[in-house]
Design a binder for this molecule. Structure first.
Ligand code: MV4
Length: 503
């Protein structure tokens, strides 16, 4: 029996996990840094314990502090959330050595999947297709040249300790290889302290599709179908949906079975995700396995009707999965937008600060997983994601229209957010048609990033400004200024300054 769970995380995911704990009658313990004293996860938790200064490496990333907090509060289990220590094999091991349940897989499974070369070898040995390339780290330039000429250019060099796009280098032709290899290695060394790299054929325009898994302690492994995660910016997912518009029952069965096989081969336990690349011919290739609950898990929850955190906790408590693969059915369509405190007009620079006002969307088919509230100051130390907006619709079209409606209702002031950018994605014809791959954002950059009206001191601009003032003064004289006083349409006029002039 799990009676008290310590959540080794912060922000929206900490709150999301605690909500399920509350529903299950489980007490929750929050841990918090200096910057998070007033954070929502601290307010929501049954109890909260301070673990150190604001920088993560002095608080949320310190294994011993988290375990000490769990012991002190008598927590029987620790949920790591995502990020921070969630995929740290040493953490999982030390938690269990302390006699505490780690809500997640074995440290063995975490380390296998954490090393991308070992993960690749594991996939190969159980017959899961991988992208053509090396099965061991590459050592010399000569070796890379040989492999590249065998599989054909372009190739991609990836860091073994990487994942999620870090330390990747694309090589279009042989002349670029020397520099790319050197740069990939030095980047890998700088980021991970490990310069081993491997080579894969570069898949030109793939879809990034991942399968959600649940595995219990009794050898039952099932998949909860796929999530389409191709809309990324700098290897950060921006919008995800389920099902994928390119999925067919046949492909789903093949990929789902492959994901289940891989999990079985490492005696996987808990919730996990197997990522694939799918090319334009419907060929799929194993990319990596994430041994944590993922940011985008709610779209799967909505489409298959399961609370993944509840399933994780039950699995950790040794309960067998109460359903079989045949019981899992996708119903309708779900889309998630990640809402970040960042400025889309300024190269997506994080824009932390005080939330002066927030109104979240509500209504049928809408869910927000967030943590900020009016008067809360977003700290500079952590991820700028402040919430996830998840909608459901009977059809994909319904879901898109609902997402547009929900984004329209979403009002945040005090910080800049990615909401306008997300609205532009929802209005992009290729998105609406479901006709997109991993190149969606660069391909549609013109409409996603409308040129800002630049005010430069050219003669022409000055003339335009002068003409405007002339017109404005005339309007004033003839008393025809339309002033927004009390609006009949709150949403439309939200954020406009009082007495602002409509022009
Ligand atoms: C690839 C690839 C094409 N071919 N590997 C891996 C981590 C993920 N975040 C990006 N990854 C990719 N691996 C092979 N063999 C394409 C991607 C990829 C990508 C690459 C460049 C720019 C944007 C991308 C978006 C998604 C996936």
């Amino acid at each position: 029996m799990i009676k008290k769970v310590l959540i080794a995380n912060r922000g929206e995911i900490a709150v999301r996990i605690m909500r399920t704990c509350r529903e299950m009658g489980i007490n929750s313990v929050a841990v918090y840094s200096d910057a998070d004293r007033k954070s929502m996860h601290v307010r929501y938790a049954g109890e909260a314990i301070h673990i150190g200064p604001s920088p993560s490496n002095e608080s949320y990333l310190v294994i011993d502090k988290i375990i000490a907090a769990a012991k002190k509060t008598g927590a029987d289990a620790i949920h790591p959330g995502y990020g921070f220590l969630s995929e740290n094999a040493e953490f999982a091991k030390k938690v269990r050595q302390a006699g505490i349940i780690f809500i997640g897989p074995s440290s063995h499974a975490i380390s296998i999947m954490g090393d991308k070369i070992v993960a690749r070898q594991t996939a190969m040995s159980c017959g899961v297709p991988v992208v053509p390339g090396t099965s061991t780290p590459v050592t010399s330039e000569k070796e890379v040249k040989k492999i590249a000429s065998e599989i054909g250019y372009p190739v991609i060099i990836k860091a073994s300790a990487g994942g999620g796009g870090k330390g990747m280098r694309l090589v279009q032709k042989e002349e670029e290889l020397t520099d790319a290899l050197r740069m990939a290695k030095s980047e890998a060394m700088a980021s991970f302290g490990d310069d081993s790299v491997y080579v894969e054929k570069y898949i030109e325009s793939p879809h990034h599709i991942e399968f959600q898994l649940l595995a219990d302690q009794h050898k039952n492994v099932i998949h909860l179908c796929e999530r389409e995660c191709s809309i990324q910016r700098r290897h950060q997912k921006v919008v995800e949906e389920s099902p994928s518009t390119i999925m067919t029952p046949e492909l789903q069965k093949k990929m789902g079975d492959a994901a289940v096989m891989l999990a079985k081969s490492v005696d996987y336990e808990g919730a996990g995700t197997v990522e694939f690349l799918v090319d334009d011919k419907g060929e799929y290739y194993f990319l990596e396995m994430n041994t944590r609950l993922q940011v985008e898990h709610p779209i799967t929850e909505r489409v298959v009707g399961l609370d993944l955190v509840k399933e994780q906790i039950r699995i950790a408590a040794s309960d067998p999965l109460p359903y079989k693969q045949e019981d899992i059915k996708q119903q309708g369509h779900a889309i998630e937008c990640r809402i970040c405190a960042e400025d889309p007009d300024n190269n997506f620079m994080p824009d932390p600060g005080l939330i002066k006002h927030i109104t979240e969307p509500l209504g049928f088919g809408v869910r927000t997983d967030g943590y900020v509230y009016e008067g809360y100051e977003i700290p500079i130390y952590y991820d700028p994601m402040i919430s996830k907006l998840i909608v459901w619709g009977r059809t994909r079209k319904d879901a898109i229209n609902r997402m547009k409606r929900a984004l329209y209702e979403y009002k945040i002031s005090g910080v800049k957010t990615s909401i306008p950018f997300l609205e532009r994605i929802m209005n992009t014809p290729d998105y609406i048609k479901g006709n997109y791959d991993t190149h969606f954002i660069p391909k549609n950059i013109k409409t996603l990033m409308p040129e800002k009206v630049k005010v430069e001191s050219t003669v022409e601009d000055i003339a335009v400004i002068a003409a405007f003032f002339h017109h404005y003064k005339r309007m004033d004289r003839i008393k025809k200024i339309s002033v927004v006083e009390k609006s009949h349409d709150y949403w439309r006029n939200y954020g406009r300054r009082k007495n602002s002039v409509r022009i």
